[in-house]
Design a protein around this ligand. Sequence first.
Ligand SMILES: [Zn+2]
Length: 190
Amino acid sequence: MNQEDVLGLFKRCGALLEGHFLLTSGLHSALYLQCALVLQHPREAEALGAELAVRMKALASPPDLVVAPALGGILVAHEVARAVGVRGLFAERQDGKLTLRRGFTITKGERCFVVEDVVTTGGSTRETMEVVLQAGGIVTAAGSLIDRTGCKADLGVPRTSLAVMDIPAYTAENCPLCSSGSKPVKPGSR
Ligand SMILES: [Zn+2]
């Protein structure tokens, strides 16, 4: 599965839309990405997870477990973990801070892959890595289905993505699409 295959799959699932969008951040963008629309298809989710597992195993030896930030990363961790044959955990926010709940544990010295659906700033991957370190685990590699930073976020560990995109977002005042006369739409509103 190369980048073209992955983006083609996203487009077929309506998970990658081209146009003029008003994002939840308030910024405008010519592309809209919603991984849940691909991951709702179990077979596609499994295939993407298997591909990400192959690429991550090329960076580091097989891990003892896979961890992701909730909610977007849960299915990705699950599918990568399935492919590797290990546990898939997720960290979730409690009082604004990512934490392991539900009895999830990471034993001291366990090697972890940290995964996400989309890396936008790298912030939630970094935060998940911190959760692993706090628990005594070791992060050996990071991965995401899509990297929309154009691979710019430095995570301090080897990382990979199934597709790398550089998706600019603009304020309304600076939006070239607005200045060409088009009006932004909220994804999912029609
Ligand atoms: Zn605009």
